[in-house]
Design a protein around this ligand. Structure first.
Ligand SMILES: [Zn+2]
Length: 477
């Protein structure tokens, strides 16, 4: 079935070939496609009209002639062909527009579900079907304020809601699967259980998916190949759709297929968790003020799991981890029969290979403990968990969270704070900061950015707002 990117590809391709052409006649071989007017009226209205423009809304195409607009909905299988002669006409080409350059624009539709309607110029919104459409996902005017209430008030599955063209138009089966994967949302999650931050993420990810698909000319799969021999390439960039049984590119889990609202639906069970908990990953740069934020949430009784604390505790208590570290790094990192974290830290800091070795040993222990504590909180019915993780993006640990929150600080202030905090010189502070991803890169991954460049009170004001939003979202009691 053609979706927005395929219809957009049809629009762009047709525009290149037929703008400025006049329709000299219309041959109607199956009149079920034409709505509301007789075949005779249809022919008369189009005759001798010059095509000025082709526009699109969702999966509708609008052909603007001199004083009428022809609205074409391709539905399941509709496509257009441009032909030099009618010798190769098939039985599925139902409407033929004869053009003044001797060529033919034919409308091909195996299942005959497509429709064509005529209105006065630019008056397509008077058509019932067009009037009922929701805003298009790519419309810059579409905002969280528009979409969130429509999703939140419903108990239907998020996938069905996004497919509902009355809510948002332009998202079909393929692109909803891909969007929900990118936004890390389980397709059957009820709309009422979605956070406003997730709706914001849906909009951002959907636009990214759709725009990429448009750039690649859409998706050519089993049932649909766009007109004029233009094949889309987006099928080579799918992450989940049609990929049941294959490994997820991000977490290596196996992609599953289920049915949601009767539609074949593909998702990754790890990246798209099926539960009611909202998990927020919290991160920052070195000395950007992450602790201030995490302390504030702890003070306000939000469950915060601190990966750094877990790591330090494991260093003290986990025998297997202790043995592996001493085997690799020697007795010089041991003090009073315990791992000396500052000695270990110094040893690995300036040596990337050693750092990787240490991570390789400790990472699985930290992850296991984190998972155990997350499950524990979930079993207690906690609806909101914050994971405080310094290297959230570097270690791809954001795969454990639904959304991520970044504490941002300008570099100049950051380096001064770090020099003061750790009593180190500029060069070392600079080196430490640059051992992580840059703040600009982190910002690209973040769903919520906390600006910590001003007073503590200013930062806390932002936290209060986030907290209140999460409360009205139903994730804080
Ligand atoms: Zn995955």
């Amino acid at each position: 079935m053609p979706e927005l990117p395929e219809v957009e590809t049809v629009r762009q391709t047709l525009k290149n070939f037929i703008i400025g052409r006049k329709v000299t006649d219309v041959i109607v071989r199956y009149d079920g496609i034409i709505k509301d007017v007789t075949v005779e009226e249809f022919r008369t209205k189009l005759a001798n009209q010059q095509l000025k423009d082709i526009r699109r809304l969702g999966k509708y195409l609008f052909f603007d002639f001199e004083n009428i607009t022809l609205t074409s909905h391709l539905r399941m299988e509709g496509k257009y062909y441009l032909k030099d002669s009618l010798d190769t006409l098939t039985k599925h080409e139902h409407i033929i527009f004869v053009l003044d350059n001797g060529k033919f624009l034919t409308y091909h539709d195996v299942r005959k579900f497509g429709t064509m309607e005529i209105t006065d110029l630019h008056k397509e919104s008077e058509l019932k079907s067009v009037k009922a459409l929701g805003m298009e996902i790519n419309d810059p005017m579409l905002s969280v304020d528009y979409l969130y209430p429509l999703l939140k008030k419903s108990n239907r599955a998020i996938k069905s809601l996004l497919l509902d063209q009355h809510i948002v138009c332009g998202l079909g089966n393929i692109y909803v699967d891909e969007t929900l994967f990118s936004a890390r949302i389980y397709p059957e999650k009820p709309g009422s259980n979605i956070s406003i931050y997730q709706v914001d993420k849906i909009i951002r990810k959907a636009r990214k998916v759709i725009n990429k698909a448009i750039r690649l000319g859409g998706t050519t799969i089993r049932t649909y190949q766009s007109s004029l021999g233009v094949d889309g390439l987006f099928q080579n960039h799918l992450n989940v759709h049609t990929l049941a049984g294959e490994k997820c590119k991000f977490c290596n889990d196996t992609i599953l297929k289920i049915r949601v609202g009767g539609r074949g639906t593909y998702y990754c069970p790890t990246c798209q968790r099926n539960d009611d908990t909202l998990i927020i990953g919290l991160t920052g740069g070195i000395a950007t003020g992450k602790t201030l934020v995490s302390d504030w949430f702890i003070k306000n009784k939000v469950n915060v799991l601190d990966a750094d604390k877990i790591y330090k505790k494991l260093l003290k208590t986990n025998k297997i981890m202790y043995n592996e570290i001493t085997r690799e790094f020697g007795e010089s990192v041991v003090k009073d029969k315990q791992i000396d974290t500052s000695a270990l830290g110094k040893m690995v800091f300036s040596d990337k290979e050693l750092r990787l070795k240490l991570n390789h040993i400790t990472h699985p222990f930290v992850i296991r403990e984190l998972e155990r504590q997350i499950d524990n909180l979930k079993n207690k019915g906690k609806k909101l968990i914050i994971l405080d993780i310094p290297l959230l993006y570097e270690f791809k640990l954001d795969s454990y969270s639904d959304i991520s929150m970044l504490v941002d600080l300008d570099y100049d202030i950051q380096i001064k704070r770090l020099m003061k905090r750790d009593h180190i010189d500029y060069d070392l502070a600079n080196k430490k900061i640059n051992s992580q991803l840059s703040m600009d890169t982190k910002k690209k991954f973040a769903d919520i950015i906390i600006d910590n460049n001003h007073s503590k009170a200013e930062t806390e004001k932002q936290l209060v707002k986030i907290y209140q939003t999460l409360r009205s979202d139903g994730f804080v009691n």
